[in-house]
Design a protein around this ligand. Sequence first.
Ligand SMILES: O=C(O)CCC(=O)C(=O)O
Ligand SMILES: [Fe+2]
Length: 317
Amino acid sequence: MKKTMDENVLKENFLELNKIYLNSGIPLETLERVVKKKSTTIYWFSLVISAAILLISILYEYDILNSVRYILIYAKGVRCIVPNNYFVWEATRQISNCSFCINVSSPIILHNASKEEFLPYAYSSKPIVIKNAFNHWPAMKVFDFNFFKDLYYNNEEAYRSVDEECQFLHFKSDFTSLRDVFSMHKDRISNKPGKKSWYVGWGNCHPQILNKMRQYYPKPHFLPEDCEMPSKEYVFMGYGAGATMHLDFISRLMWQAQIKGEKMWHVRPAPECEQLCKNLSFSVDPGDAVLLDTRVWYHGTTIIPGQFSLSIQSEYG
Ligand SMILES: O=C(O)CCC(=O)C(=O)O
Ligand SMILES: [Fe+2]
């Protein structure tokens, strides 16, 4: 019934339009020209959109976007914007099937788990907190802002490695490199009232730096014996707003050691899983381990007001 009515309305409108055209005296060639021009625009628009979709699919399939990202990182001047280009990463990420987050309403909490106790969870994508996992690490007593400042002191090659091979993440802070962080005024370092709060993260992949850091902690004892680990460890430190919400485009699962301060983790499923899964928030204390598949869970952090947070992070798989 509805269809017949719609068809009648359409027919009436068409006849009316036809009448208006005939009364206007506009020649047929003019009408043809106008219609052709319109459809040519639509044709080019569709062609450009299809080509863009095809190009993104090819770049994604062959991992060319990632290669371009790395080429740009090496190209002088562009590295500040490109490593944090979450827009490109977001536009090319795979749509999730949500199995990793269904029925997850809080992290799995383990207590100083051994290798055997951790093994059943080791390769799952469920968020895990291991309480008091790192209390025995010398790093718990030794690592602070000045430890890392001294580690990089006068080591131009090490600074260059952060800029060119590792990665510097400034989040909401106004720094452009690790050098800026270590030349901060002492009042800002300790977040004195009236000083701008700051939070940063950076990759340490210079062999000399990494060797010195690793004198204060071993490979996390609960990780599987045969798991692969990269030659890079990150440090995240600072106050307040912490890390902004993001996904990591890395090839393995993430482990993190909370060394100083109490930190809140805010973890969300991908937008396509919002109806099926929950957002989580949980806190970690010094000595705790966090294990999270940061490739599928969006994550951000905030630091408990008045506290200085410092963590070591890397990957395993
Ligand atoms: O510790 C933080 O503040 C953020 C860490 C993070 O983004 C990560 O471990 O992937
Ligand atoms: Fe991350």
